[in-house]
Ligand binder design. Structure first.
Ligand SMILES: C[S@@+](CC[C@H](N)C(=O)[O-])C[C@H]1O[C@@H](n2cnc3c(N)ncnc32)[C@H](O)[C@@H]1O
Ligand SMILES: Nc1nc2[nH]cc(C(=O)O)c2c(=O)[nH]1
Ligand code: SF4
Ligand SMILES: [Mg+2]
Length: 213
């Protein structure tokens, strides 16, 4: 019996500007995968989760542009958001995209002409063929993906001091102030840290500042 082709659970898919890190300002299709290995996504589980500060709803497939797709279908869906021109760019995020993003989908997105960026928590090894890897380590979760293009640490996290990551093989090191009830303290702490440790640059979530998704 032939197996069913892999189907991908997508929370939402939309066209915006990358708001964070070294690619901030670049037009991109955001492909948000459903599900994460560090939190169920239910508020009732947040305080017991490994990752407790998540700013994202990644549960289900009911968002704008969401649904279940096979690889070629999903690549065509992503391509339908691109206006033409420039360098087509898709950012795979979530939830944790590396629970689902695999080589058939990478190949299908490349065949549609896209460069592929990924936003990952670093607990799962990245498949070959990704064009931009952003790793964002999470508190006590074991870091498996120890190389990539940018390391973007949400700051401060008591169990994840920046020093722990500064020797890893990344081209860019960012601290991103933790959004939430203590955001102003987090911003001040991040500015102080970057001033004292110039390896690290400030990453603001610019999409939130200007009210785009
Ligand atoms: C929602 S996560 C999805 C991708 C992946 N699971 C990860 O954690 O990297 C996307 C980015 O938002 C960051 N992020 C999540 N919650 C945040 C918060 N409260 N403040 C600042 N950045 C946050 C993550 O660290 C990650 O860099
Ligand atoms: N505009 C925009 N930029 C982003 N960069 C990383 C995001 C994410 O949630 O992964 C994100 C997001 O949610 N929106
Ligand atoms: S690992 Fe990423 S998606 Fe999962 S809960 Fe943390 S920030 Fe959210
Ligand atoms: Mg986001």
């Amino acid at each position: 019996m032939a197996g069913e082709p892999m189907s991908y659970a997508i929370k939402e898919c939309y066209y915006t500007l990358q708001g964070e890190g070294a690619q901030a300002g670049r037009a991109a299709v955001f492909l948000r995968f459903a599900g994460c290995n560090l939190w169920s996504g239910r508020e009732i589980d947040r305080e017991e989760a490994i990752c407790r500060f998540c700013d994202t709803d990644f549960v289900g497939t009911d968002g704008p542009g969401g649904g279940r797709f096979v690889a070629e279908e999903l690549a065509a869906h992503v391509a339908s958001f691109w206006p033409g021109g420039g360098s087509p760019y898709v950012v795979a995020t979530g939830g944790e995209p590396l629970l689902q993003l695999d080589s058939p989908l990478i190949d299908a997105l490349h065949d549609e002409g896209f460069e592929i960026g990924v936003e990952t928590n670093g607990t799962i090894a990245a498949p070959a063929g990704l064009d931009w890897i952003c790793v964002s380590p999470k508190s006590t979760a074991e870091l498996v993906q120890t190389e990539g293009d940018e390391l973007k640490l949400v700051f401060p996290q008591s169990d994840a001091p920046p020093d722990q990551f500064s020797g890893l093989a990344f081209d860019h090191f960012f601290l991103q102030p933790m959004d939430g009830p203590y955001q102003s303290i987090a911003i001040a702490t991040t500015v102080d840290y970057c001033r004292a440790n110039p390896l690290w640059r400030l990453s603001l979530q610019t999409h939130k500042l200007i009210g785009i998704p």
